[in-house]
Design a binder for this molecule. Structure first.
Ligand code: PMP
Length: 296
């Protein structure tokens, strides 16, 4: 069996997984999501992702009988059925199907979909680093919620691609908040590592949190504070993080090379430490559920 998707308590062929045109996720983006990375069959930071999923549900007031253990069983089953080695698990929960009115329906049954995708890792971008552009952050002020209302992110990422860049870093009130699909980091000439504080202006990335923990454990100097474009362009190094990209060096910001335009030594060290964390993920779901095939 291949390419199986979970939809509302059923495992079906991906092409048969369908939702109603009156689903509020489709009509209003009245829906939240989560995306969990899978590397070498290891599901990374499962608990943190599922905790954030639960938090997003609460923040948008979707009434849901959240059962973490059930989610863990479903995603483990899907990874096995779909034979995912490197890829991701995508979870989306909407406020369900109802007549198109903005207010919440009095009664509703949330829609839950979970699918998996294979990812081919492009080693070149990690060796060479990527270019980013900067553009105004036009999003709403609850960026801490992982909602599928992503049109500004879609448009910013598209603009980056059109400018032969990999990602856009978004500027709000003079400061860089984050990327359209990732968190943004710079390293000062003092070796201090800086990323935007986790408030309503950014998504608190799970990778961001893990990298912060790793950095603190390894005695790096890390500061969660705002930084502006001038600071970014004068940075010694820069990188971005996300669940599918891990730690990716940034070597060009707009048309300015970051230092010599090559991935920096501290960034390489962070990539190495994060990779080690993934490989030796002591809290991995595979170990927790004692599933032999995941460890093969
Ligand atoms: N910010 C935004 C806007 C994102 O879309 C993502 C990726 N989902 C991130 C940050 C990184 O979050 P995570 O490390 O949890 O994937």
């Amino acid at each position: 069996m291949n390419n199986i998707t979970y939809i509302n308590n059923k495992f079906v062929k991906h092409s048969n997984a369908k939702i109603s045109v009156e689903d509020r996720g489709f009509l209003f983006a009245d829906s939240i999501y989560e995306l969990i990375g899978v590397f070498n069959k290891e599901i990374i930071d499962t608990d943190q992702h599922l905790n954030r999923l639960d938090l997003s549900l609460k923040k948008v007031k979707i009434k849901y009988r959240f059962n973490k253990e059930k989610f863990k069983k479903i995603i483990t089953k899907l990874i096995k059925l779909n034979n995912i080695f490197n890829g991701y698990i995508y979870i989306q929960i909407t406020r369900g199907v109802a007549e198109r009115k903005h207010e919440f329906p009095k009664k509703y049954k949330p829609t839950t979909i979970i699918f998996t995708k294979h990812l081919n890792i492009d080693k070149k971008i990690y060796e060479k680093g990527v270019k980013i552009i900067t553009i105004p952050d036009l999003r709403w002020l609850r960026r801490d919620i992982k909602t599928t209302s992503l049109l500004p992110n879609v448009l910013s990422k598209q603009l980056a691609i059109e400018k032969n860049a990999f990602e856009s870093w978004l500027i709000d009130n003079g400061n860089i908040t984050e990327g359209s699909v990732s968190n943004a980091w710079i390293i000062k000439s003092s070796n201090t590592i800086i990323t935007h504080p986790a408030n309503n202006k950014i998504l608190k990335g799970v990778t961001r949190d893990t990298v912060i923990k790793i950095l603190k454990k390894n005695n790096f100097n890390i500061k969660e504070r705002s930084f502006n474009l001038i600071e970014a362009k004068n940075a010694k190094e820069a990188f971005l993080t996300s669940s599918t990209l891990s730690v990716l060096p940034v070597v060009k910001i707009d048309n300015y090379n970051v230092s010599n335009g090559k991935p920096g030594d501290i960034t390489k060290k962070i990539m190495y430490l994060y990779n080690n964390y993934i490989v030796k993920n002591k809290n991995s779901l595979a170990k927790e559920l004692k599933i032999a095939w995941l460890n093969q």
